[in-house]
Design a binder for this molecule. Structure first.
Ligand code: ADP
Ligand code: MG
Length: 255
């Protein structure tokens, strides 16, 4: 197995806040160039994992590497090889969309920041709004700008923490399209979501975080096999994340 096959590798990760355990031994690996969706309900610990992997927070125990770099001993290398779109937008509202992008390109010491900004504005359908302050943007536009900012500089791994929470369906589909395009060009995407449908649309692998552990990790087809056959009256209904939890937890209880 090649050393670089996994862009992210996590083993036995534990984290408590004060004395309250949130992560109780999390293990998973993400193949380079794939889209990995971490599913979990509100408060499951998704953002905590993102923060640890992006070196914003230290785990209590366990190991995590990103692009082969240990998050504790090589945080600078990790930071140089990733980008993060946090759950709460990093957009500076006083600046225009264009100025936000130019600022990030400058912070990353890239050549031709104006050209980079113009290209991303075009790709994200923000050219017309480029020279308006971000404060005037709709939620969908702001999120697109936020994701565009995370794409400045071609990071090998991008982290998207609930990229579509709070977006209307149209804006959500736009964001999905952009994420797919990005993954198609070889970038590894780590995304968290509360929506099973989002994971279905995007992810090569789906993991579910529940009670501090990864309780399921597999392809969509593998996840679907965990379901009992649908009842006739529910055939049109997509299983919710809660349905998955209940199914798996019941199996565990009766196993
Ligand atoms: N800085 C903190 N101090 C104390 N508790 C926290 C802190 N950050 C998160 N938590 C708690 O840890 C749990 C997991 O939070 P989080 O990782 O944000 O979950 P998610 O992103 O899945 O919604 C929640 O119960 C949350 O209240
Ligand atoms: Mg979160």
């Amino acid at each position: 197995m090649s050393h670089n096959e996994f862009a992210i590798s996590v083993q036995g990760l534990k984290k408590s806040y004060k004395n309250v355990p949130v992560l109780e031994g999390v293990d998973f690996q993400v193949k380079a160039g794939s889209i990995f969706a971490l599913l979990g309900s509100n408060g499951a610990g998704k953002t905590t994992i993102v923060k640890i992997l992006t070196t914003l927070l230290k785990q209590d125990s366990g190991h995590a590497t990103v692009n082969g770099f240990d998050v504790i001993s090589k945080p600078d290398n990790v930071r140089q090889s990733i980008s993060l779109t946090g759950q709460f937008a990093a957009v500076d509202e006083i600046l225009t969309g264009r100025e936000n992008l130019i600022m990030i390109a400058r912070l990353r010491h890239l050549n031709h920041p104006h050209e980079i900004a113009a290209g991303l504005l075009e790709r994200f359908g923000l050219t017309d709004a480029a020279d308006r302050r971000a404060a005037t943007y709709s939620g969908g536009m702001r999120r697109r700008l936020d994701i565009a900012m995370s794409l400045v500089g071609n990071s090998r791994v991008i982290f998207l923490d609930e990229p579509t929470t709070g977006l209307d369906p149209e804006a959500r589909m736009e964001v999905w399209k952009i994420i797919k395009e990005r993954a198609g060009s070889g970038t590894t995407v780590f995304l968290t979501t509360q929506y099973l449908e989002e994971a279905e649309q995007l992810a090569d692998k789906i993991a579910i975080l529940h009670n501090g552990r990864i309780i399921v990790n597999g392809t969509l087809a593998e996840l679907k096999q965990l379901f009992p056959p649908a009842k006739v009256e529910y055939i049109e209904k997509q299983p919710s994340l809660e349905d998955i939890f209940l199914t798996i937890i019941n199996k565990k209880t009766h196993a």
